[in-house]
Design a protein around this ligand. Structure first.
Ligand SMILES: Nc1nc2c(ncn2[C@@H]2O[C@H](COP(=O)(O)OP(=O)(O)OP(=O)(O)O)[C@@H](O)[C@H]2O)c(=O)[nH]1
Ligand SMILES: [Mg+2]
Length: 421
């Protein structure tokens, strides 16, 4: 029998409530002994006093008992919601350990659910993905995996391969039966169908990879262009110092932001210019380095002043044109008559950071540049790197089998390739 495990399921620290989870055969004893509920109805919530081993009431809690085979881990389980004071949580955890449970390893509840056949490996990974997802899209995709979307499409591929293997094995075992051109064509079409599904899964993994990373969006431009004002505007409060003295921002300032359903790291930088000031010059060097590590560059210009054309060289060397946008700031002032000098294909957004005008268009552009277009929202499952690697191997075997089938090569060779797929 496996050990009974216990863990705090909610974040540690002060909170209104905290949930403690227990999985294993002792769950039932804990319900009886610590909560004075000898015959709990499964999946019903009870208000109970949690009493420690030495009969001291630690807290009034809400608890719920789950019977074997009808819980997340498929084992007997107990969930206790107590008040979220870390001292109470610690006391209850220690008491449960004292009564025979042990503290769970990270991910151990999900591991048990997998080992006990409650979920498959793809679904177990989906739980971890859902917890660490960086955007609502990524959460939705993990949810779809948890619902079994990816598992069912993979099992379609597996069934297709097994069907083909069964047919080929029959031909090998009974060579006197003529394979027939119709049968052969059916086999080829079954293999191609599985191969095309595998290929589309690999393709979807390439499209979803952007959902996994922390996207870095950097604001650059000449001193006084209004980068920090725009930064504060996007952040929603005065995080960066703003002044009319050029060279105000020296070290970069960053803040994690969620725009609707996209999480990004927004960075405000030192204005780019030649300077004899040592500190400012270090800041400028940092900016150049940060541009190279960014997913999107927002080049802020003061539209009431001459365009700093040195920006073009820097941008075109450091980042793909589709990943930067020019923001013409200070639209509330009279526009300087600049001949068109922006880098080719650069998108242009007009804003007044000071008056918070045009910001919605900029946020829309940030989402667009970072790949939150229709293609990604249309994904029906999330293919991670581990899946991708295995799928690439399967795809190579299926491509190989298809070409051998078309050349009417020995069935035994084709079978051995399909066995590896
Ligand atoms: N009229 C007007 N002034 C603005 C606007 N945005 C910023 N400013 C002003 O421009 C000046 C410089 O703004 P900052 O945001 O500090 O500029 P910066 O690009 O961060 O400058 P450095 O940190 O020196 O590189 C400040 O006086 C701001 O109030 C705008 O949309 N319209
Ligand atoms: Mg600044």
């Amino acid at each position: 029998m496996s050990e009974t495990i216990v863990a705090l399921a909610t974040p540690a620290g002060d909170s209104a409530l905290a949930t403690i989870r227990i999985s294993g055969s002792l769950s039932e004893c804990f319900t009886r002994d610590a909560l004075s509920l000898p015959y709990p109805s499964p999946r019903h919530s009870y208000l109970a006093n949690y009493k420690s081993n030495d009969a001291e009431v630690i807290d009034q809690v809400i608890c719920c008992y789950y019977e074997q085979n009808k819980s997340f881990t498929n084992e007997k389980m107990l969930e206790i919601s107590c008040h979220g004071n870390p001292i109470i949580v610690q006391k209850i955890l220690s008491d449960l350990v004292c009564r025979g449970a042990r503290l769970a390893e990270p991910g151990e509840f999900t591991k048990r659910a997998y080992l006990n056949g409650k979920i498959d490996l793809v679904q177990a990974e989906a739980i971890a993905e859902m917890i660490s997802a960086k955007s609502l899209h990524a959460i939705k995709l993990a949810r779809k995996n948890l619902d079994g979307n990816l598992s069912s499409i993979i099992s379609r591929v597996q069934t297709g391969i097994l069907k083909v293997r069964a047919k080929l094995e029959a031909f090998v075992d009974f060579p006197e039966d003529d394979i027939g051109s119709e049968n052969y064509a059916e086999i080829i079409s079954l293999v191609s169908e599985s191969q095309l599904i595998t290929e589309s899964l690999i393709d979807s993994s390439n499209r979803r990879s952007i959902l996994d990373k922390n996207l870095r969006v950097i604001l650059v431009g000449a001193p006084n262009a209004g980068k920090s004002t725009l930064f504060n505007c996007l952040v929603g409060f005065d995080r960066s110092i703003v002044s009319d003295i050029p060279g105000t921002t020296r070290d970069y300032v960053s803040k994690s932001l969620i725009f609707d359903d996209l999480e990004i790291e927004l960075i405000d930088t030192a204005g780019l210019r030649e300077t004899s000031d040592q500190l400012e010059s270090l800041g400028v060097d940092n900016t150049v380095e940060l541009i190279e590590q960014s997913d999107m560059v927002i080049a802020v210009i003061d539209s009431s002043s001459p365009y700093p054309s040195e920006l073009n060289g820097l941008l075109s060397h450091s980042i793909a044109p589709e990943n930067f946008v020019i923001v013409e700031n200070k639209s509330d002032l009279k526009k300087h008559n600049n001949p068109e000098k922006y880098p080719n294909n650069a998108g242009v957004i007009t804003v007044s950071a000071k008056n918070k005008v045009g910001i919605r268009d900029l946020v829309k552009k940030i989402k667009e540049v970072n790949g939150f277009g229709k293609e990604n929202t249309a994904l029906e499952f999330s293919v991670n790197l581990r899946h991708k690697k295995s799928l690439e191997e399967v795809n190579a075997h299926l491509l190989n089998a298809t070409s051998l089938l078309k050349d009417q090569q020995d069935d035994l060779i084709i079978l051995s390739i399909l066995k590896q797929a």
